[in-house]
Design a protein around this ligand. Structure first.
Ligand code: NI
Length: 161
């Protein structure tokens, strides 16, 4: 396993539409392992393959640090409700912005054996699912932000007050 370099906003790879995975080759398995390692090293909640420069429809998410989720070729099946909150992205370091997302999301995806499964999430997990799926279609959250991007450190200070 290896830590991969996280691509940052301005890198054209982040604006491209990713291709479906058709087979779990050793290279794809290595990519998945590296994505989890890179996610944990960066202390993130989610990471999509284009963020490490690979245009494949693969997403890793872990909202608690103990619940790794792998989504291959994920498709959003259902959303409901609404939540407004600050969101950040490993490809936009140090910044946060307010984004409205569904409060519930259901996806269909494949696991590392290419078996289909469904995943439902609310709150932070629903936000992470929607954020990461956007990456697979070349969209960054900054395009959905209401108001200005703020420094994440300022935001944390505000919350402490
Ligand atoms: Ni992101």
């Amino acid at each position: 396993m290896a830590i991969r370099k996280i691509r940052e906003i301005g890198d054209p790879v982040l604006t491209k539409k990713c291709k479906e995975v058709t087979e779990i080759t050793p290279r794809v398995q290595e990519l998945i392992d590296d994505m989890f390692e890179t996610l944990y090293e960066a202390d993130g909640v989610g990471l999509a393959a284009p963020q490490v420069g690979i245009l494949k429809r693969i997403v890793v998410i872990d909202v608690t640090g103990e619940d790794p989720i792998l989504l291959i070729n994920p498709k959003l099946m259902e959303t409901s409700g609404e939540q407004e909150g600050y969101e950040g992205c490993l490809s936009v370091p140090g910044k946060s912005g307010k984004v409205t997302r569904p409060n519930y999301a259901k996806v269909m995806a494949y696991d590392e054996n290419m078996n289909a499964f469904e995943l439902e999430g609310t709150e932070l997990l629903a936000r992470a699912i929607c954020h990461e799926l956007d990456h697979l279609d070349g969209q960054l959250y900054v395009e959905r932000v209401k108001g200005p991007l703020v420094d994440t450190t300022e935001l944390m200070e505000e919350e402490e007050e």
